[in-house]
Write a protein that binds this ligand. Structure first.
Ligand code: GDR
Length: 325
């Protein structure tokens, strides 16, 4: 019998990469989506579920019968969480608790054991505790989004300890790809730079260019998620690359790749600055390396080039459509 996996938030960047990985591994994949949507893999079974309101989630689990649940659904945009703190808490914080509780009830009623993955975040850790953070670093969230993720993270630990549930937190540092939503800085940059290259846009307006992040590749990160759920014992893992680069460096690499000088096109608007922005964030992945045998594969420059190439193709399609229209 094929193993059955459920991915919440399956239409997001990580959900799509994870679905692809699990299908390759021979899983039957089910996904929760909040809105009606087309999903690129027709072998995936989609369920329309709003984690803010849906009741009797465990009845749905009884139909799906998953052995692995990957909880990715969240309002994951930090600036938006300042405008919508209640909505963010409902989806990102309470949504995780609703899933955990549904899994617990399903386990009891069906005498099954489920393995649960929570997409936790580096944003929950105290960025003042050092530039390199690990699983023991203090939890000190500094945005409504980070507070909601910290709540979910602690509930995962609590369900593990109180109910013996196989539940893991992946403390994910920034990870990007051509499937990244354009509200996040890397994709905003690659979309704008490639459109500028083809004359479809004049300027790129950004906020803090000095923030340093350990930008990783989403395709590498979903491998770590799967590895966590194959362990004998559940645990929490920092997933990150080990080198940081500033937003400015990302801009520079992307514009250079297009033979452009970013200084002629980039403007700064204080609107994009945040009440708090960690100056540097980097993960210590010793535990992931030793216990999961996981190692990031795609470098910062490869990632920037891959995203730029992808968006250049999109911009070319847009340009051709404009000319033929
Ligand atoms: P982040 O990602 O908040 O770290 O959270 P984001 O890409 O939004 O910001 C990264 C850094 O870029 C700076 N920045 C800008 N950011 C955006 N979005 N738009 C801009 O114009 C801009 N200019 C500069 C930001 O200030 C910040 O320092 C991501 C999300 O995926 C979270 O869900 C996840 O938990 C963390 O990564 C780990």
């Amino acid at each position: 019998m094929e193993p059955v996996a459920l991915i919440t938030g399956i239409t997001g960047q990580d959900g799509q990469y994870l679905a692809r990985l699990l299908l390759e591994k021979g899983y039957h994949v089910h996904g929760f989506t909040q809105a009606a949507t087309n999903f690129p893999h027709e072998q995936v079974f989609l369920h329309r579920v709003d984690l803010k309101v849906t009741e009797n989630l465990h009845d749905l689990l009884k139909q799906i019968q998953p052995c692995e649940v990957y909880h990715m659904a969240a309002q994951s945009h930090v600036p938006l969480s300042y405008q919508q703190p209640l909505e963010t808490a409902e989806i990102t914080g309470m949504g995780a608790l609703r899933m955990l509780e549904a899994v617990r009830q399903y386990e009891i009623e069906c005498s099954r054991q489920v393995r649960f993955f929570q997409a936790s975040s580096s944003a929950i850790l105290d960025d003042q505790a050092g530039p390199v953070l690990n699983e023991q670093s203090p939890i000190h969230p500094r945005s409504p989004y980070a507070c909601a993720k910290a709540y979910a993270h602690l509930q995962v630990q609590n369900y593990r300890e109180a109910h013996g549930m196989f539940a893991c937190n992946g403390i994910l540092f920034n990870h990007e790809s051509p499937l990244r939503d354009e509200s996040f800085v890397t994709r905003k940059i690659t979309r704008a730079a490639t459109r500028i290259k083809l004359g479809l846009q004049q300027k790129l307006i950004l906020g803090n260019l000095d923030a340093e992040r350990s930008w990783g590749y989403a395709g590498d990160f979903v491998q770590a998620m799967w590895l966590m759920l194959q362990l004998d014992e559940p645990d929490d893992f920092v997933i990150s690359t080990t080198k940081t680069h500033s937003v400015r460096e990302f801009v520079d690499v992307v514009f250079q790749c297009l033979d452009l000088d970013y200084q002629q096109y980039v403007e700064i608007d204080p609107e994009f600055f945040r009440p708090h922005d960690a100056p540097v964030l980097c993960g210590d992945i010793t535990r992931a390396q030793t216990q999961l045998g996981w190692q990031p594969q795609v470098s910062f420059t490869e990632l920037a080039h891959q995203m730029t190439q992808h968006d250049l193709e999109l911009a070319e399609i847009e340009s051709r459509t404009n000319h033929s229209g």
